[in-house]
Design a protein around this ligand. Structure first.
Ligand code: UDP
Ligand code: MG
Length: 310
């Protein structure tokens, strides 16, 4: 049977959310009257979500479980979803019900109008800390200003994509992934739909600050050379300052001034330039480490159990 909608939900320790996720998606998708499937990608859960997913799949053949051998991360789980989805429209949704399944109908409406990527824009956000909202807002704006691709602000992974788009994304094998950037990069006819992001139904966020930082680095390095160019800018600025400063110091010495005697001046200059150089080296390291990961060519994820029908 030809499937119209594939819903992909990455699952990392979401046992309490799974029953509600399944029943709400089922209700919404059944109301379309079109065939659909729910691809549940278990990203190395340790709280029994894996067994729950298997149980759901046994009861209902529309549920297709992809069980990872360990935790590979949210972005990789989404990627596996793309690989296993068979529908004409592919929808990514968070498992904690922060993205209301009912919004899928609005996304689908735009798709039927001919849009190939329909991304959901977070208008309001409920139940999230001040820090989370602030850091997210900064993150989206920073990425927007320094990357070469115009990635829509306040937009997460919740989106619908046409089969054509997902077929292109499946060819993009980069290891350090930023799916929202990738789906902006490919082009096609894109449009946003605003929605109200709800609070997490149960459980806690799986995105501590450390993971958010990693995601931000993936986004920046994946879509921009700007950090590499910063070293060049600093180089020109220091050289420019030196060109003006040297004659000034020479002149002051000849005029008998003692302004630049002493070790403090030297120490400040050495520490400042040393700092700039080390930071530049670190930035280079970020890119080199990523190159090294690409060169190793390891599989992006390891699946322990596939859906029976693939
Ligand atoms: N997630 C995942 N692997 C991870 C971390 C998160 O598959 O290593 C899933 C998680 O189960 C959820 C989605 O990614 O379905 C978004 O995570 P979360 O709600 O914790 O992020 P937040 O909404 O707080 O940014
Ligand atoms: Mg969430």
């Amino acid at each position: 049977m030809k499937i119209t909608y594939s819903i992909i939900a990455p699952i990392y320790n979401e046992i309490e959310n799974l029953p509600a996720l399944y029943s709400r998606i089922k209700e919404v998708l059944n109301s379309t009257g079109e065939p659909w499937e729910l691809v549940l990608v278990d990203d190395g859960s340790t709280d029994g979500s894996t067994e729950k997913i298997r149980e759901l799949a046994q009861q209902d053949k529309t549920v297709r479980p992809v069980i990872f051998a360990r935790n590979f991360g949210h972005q990789v789980a989404i990627t596996a979803g793309w690989d296993y989805a068979r529908g004409d429209a592919i929808i990514i949704i968070d498992a904690d019900l922060q993205d209301p399944p009912e919004t899928i109908l609005e996304l689908a409406k735009k798709w039927k109008e001919g849009y190939e990527v329909v991304y959901a824009v977070r208008g309001e956000r409920e139940g999230e800390s001040w820090f989370k909202k602030f850091s997210a807002a900064m993150f989206y704006r920073l990425i927007y200003s320094i990357t070469d691709v115009k990635i829509p602000v306040d937009t997460g992974d919740f989106r619908l994509m046409d089969r054509k788009v997902v077929n292109v994304l499946k060819q993009m094998k980069e290891r350090h992934r930023f799916p929202r950037g990738m789906s902006a990069w490919v082009g096609f006819k894109q449009i946003g739909v605003t929605y109200k992001r709800a609070a997490r139904v149960a459980g806690v966020t799986k995105y501590p600050f450390r993971k958010m930082l990693k995601l931000a680095l993936n986004a920046i390095t994946g879509f921009s050379y700007f950090p590499l160019q910063v070293a060049t800018y600093f180089g020109f600025i220091s050289a420019g300052v030196a060109i003006f400063a040297i004659p000034v110091v020479v002149f002051m010495r000849m005029a008998g001034s003692g302004a630049f005697f002493g070790q403090a001046t030297t120490l400040i200059a050495v520490l400042f330039l040393g700092g700039v150089q080390l930071i530049s080296l670190g930035i280079l390291g970020e890119y080199i480490g990523r190159l090294y990961d690409e060169a190793k060519g390891r599989p992006l994820y390891i699946v322990r159990d596939e859906p029976q029908d693939s």
